[in-house]
Design a protein around this ligand. Structure first.
Ligand code: SF4
Length: 152
């Protein structure tokens, strides 16, 4: 399985913010953009979505910015992926002419669905904040996967 770009960068942002000592540090979206290797306008969309979900807190003003929230400190990778992944099936099961001709009685489709559930279940035990390694994040921009993202 491959996670989508929105999920990937959202996780980067949460990991980065969780690495701030005590969650007290406030970062601007511009600084986040640099640290997660993602264009600013994509980061602003992600920040807005994470705020809607109460995973981060945003303060305005000269010393304002973004910090992780208590809920963001407890959220799991599985929850984030389930929330942001729009596809429900692993395979499209479609051809240019319509449904896959093997659709009736196909066992692979069910097996892929079970594998997908197992993938998320494994990540339901992984707290995003536990993935933050402060010394490395403090000095090095993140390089998780591809930096260029087409945000849906
Ligand atoms: S073989 Fe099965 S899983 Fe693959 S596309 Fe056809 S119906 Fe879907």
């Amino acid at each position: 399985m491959r996670i989508n770009a929105f999920s990937d960068v959202s996780l980067r942002v949460l990991i980065l913010l969780a690495a701030a000592p005590g969650g007290a540090d406030v970062m601007t979206s511009k600084a986040i953009s640099v640290q997660v290797g993602t264009p600013y306008h994509h980061v602003t969309k992600i920040v807005a979505r994470l705020r809607e979900l109460d995973l981060i807190e945003v303060t305005r003003g000269r010393s304002g910015g973004v910090r992780i929230s208590p809920a963001g400190r407890q959220v799991t990778v599985g929850w984030v992926l389930r929330t942001f992944e729009r596809r429900t099936d692993v395979a499209d099961c479609e051809t240019p002419a319509g449904n896959c001709p093997l659709l009736d009685g196909c066992g692979l489709r069910g097996a892929l669905g079970r594998a997908r559930s197992a993938f998320y279940s494994e990540l339901d035990d992984v707290v995003v904040a536990s993935l933050a390694h402060q010394p490395r994040l403090a000095s090095t921009p993140l390089t998780l996967g591809s930096p260029a993202i087409p945000v849906a």
